[in-house]
Each structure stands twice: as C-alpha cells, then as structure tokens.
Design a protein around this ligand. Structure first.
Ligand code: 6PG
Length: 247
C-alpha cells in the first residue's frame, strides 16, 4: 500500500499559493542541488493561476533559481497556440511570462503537427532527450508533476474508464474523445506521472469534494487521480476548504 498522501487544507487562494510555492521551491532547490536542473510539468485548468502569485514573489525575492527550470506540460488540447483553450497560452499568461525560466527551457506540446498522435510521439522524444534524470528502466524521471483534478476525478487528460488509463509503456499519448472539450488532446500517461520524484495536486472548489476522499485513497473506489501513487515519493494535495468538505 503506498503512503497516504499529505493533504493541506487552505482557507483561501493566498494560502493555496503559499503552500504550493513552499513545496515547489523545496522540490526545485533539492533537484537543483542534486543534478543541476529542475524538470517540472504543469497542468492546465485553474492550477497555473492558483500557484502563480507565490512563485512570482519567489522570483522577485530570488528564493528559487528559475534558470535551472525545464518546464514541461502535463497535457495540451490539440488547438492552436493562440486558442483560448490552449494550456501553454494559459500557463504563459498566468505564470511563465512572469518568472525568469529561460524560454529555451519551456517545452510546449507541438499542436502545429498534422495529427495529435504525431504530437504525442514528438513529445515523448522531447521528454526523453531533455530530462537527464532517469528511472531504473532508463525512462525520463521528472522531479515534480503538478496536477489538477476534475469533478469526475480525471487528472491530466486521463478520464474515468478511458483505455489510456491502462497504458503501461508510453510516457506520452493522445486521445480524440476527451469528455472535457476540446476532444483531441496530448497527455502524459500514468507511467510518466508515477515515475516522477514528487507530485503536487491542486484542487479547489466544492465540485471536487465528492471525489477528493477517493482520490487520496480513503476508500477502495478507483478514479484516475487515485491511480497516481508512489511507494516512496511525496504526494501533496493542496486543497481549499470547500474541496475538503467531505473528507
Ligand atoms: C486540462 C487540465 C485538466 C485539469 C482538470 C482540473 O487540460 O483540462 O490539465 O486535467 O487539471 O480538468 O481543472 P480545474 O482545476 O480547472 O478544475
């Protein structure tokens, strides 16, 4: 049985940002000290805006060496970069344009390729090439994956009952039938997420309350977020009071 995740219940958005930043900064400093880089992946949705304020302050106060960051994306909707649904655009607007990560160290999923599957294949190669820390099997080992969770318990673009949840080899895959529009997406898979050193979930709002106990392993049901496990590593849940109301 993997360790029970650490759940931090926050009274407001400022607290969510402060708790997230503390965890991210510690992960960044540990990774930079260990191997001179911080390989991190970020989700779309509400997460970028929720974590941004603390990280922007950390940049101003130089508590974090962003020059060592290599920013990947957990998933991407297969829409043009400037489309309102594009995760890279949203993350760039909320955070990446406001902290000093070298632009060459930010790796958007390429939605200009002919097919969503081609984009997934290209991203799997990018991940394997850039990330120098490896698992025992020689696969790219991210230092931190930052995830959200939908009201149905999905995370990344891995949805309840979807065949992608049974992927055991590929680290990046694609789907065309996302129940959350847009339908075509590229996503990290469970093997990629579960290979990471640390995982942080950010979940806010009452709509997450029914699934949060399941996601953190308080009952036997299974939803995608509860498949994010790890015997030895840290999994932190940063949630607000409404999301934690059924814990
Ligand atoms: C996406 C996101 C997705 C998100 C959840 C939660 O591209 O849609 O990566 O996995 O994290 O849907 O979204 P909210 O935090 O906005 O509820």
């Amino acid at each position: 049985m993997s360790k029970r995740p650490n759940v931090q219940v926050c009274s407001d958005k400022a607290k969510i940002s402060a708790v997230s930043t503390k965890f991210i900064a510690a992960a960044s400093n540990a990774a930079t000290k260990d191997h001179g880089a911080f390989y991190v992946a970020i989700s779309g949705g509400s997460l970028p805006k929720l974590i941004a304020p603390g990280l922007i302050t950390a940049a101003k106060e130089k508590h974090v060496d962003f020059s060592k960051w290599h920013m990947f994306f957990v998933d991407e909707r297969f829409v043009p970069l400037k489309h309102e649904d594009n995760n890279f655009r949203a993350c760039h607007e909320a955070l990446l344009s406001k902290v000093p990560i070298p632009p060459a160290q930010i790796y958007p999923m390429d939605t200009t390729l002919d097919t969503v599957e081609a984009a997934a294949t290209a991203y799997e190669k990018k991940l394997a090439t850039v990330v120098k820390t490896k698992t025992d099997e020689g696969r790219p080992k991210l230092d931190l994956v930052m995830l959200g969770m939908g009201p149905d318990g999905h995370t990344a673009s891995l949805f309840p009952g979807h065949p992608l949840l049974r992927e055991t080899k590929r680290f990046v895959s694609s789907l065309k039938d996302s129940p959350k529009p847009p339908g075509s997406r590229v996503t990290l898979t469970m093997p990629a997420i579960n290979s990471a050193e640390k995982v942080m979930f950010v979940a806010a709002g009452a709509s997450k309350a029914p699934v949060l106990p399941v996601a953190v392993g308080k009952c036997e049901d299974k939803i995608p977020a509860s498949q994010v496990t790890g015997l030895r590593r840290e999994i932190l849940w940063v949630v607000d009071t409404p999301a934690a109301s059924k814990m």
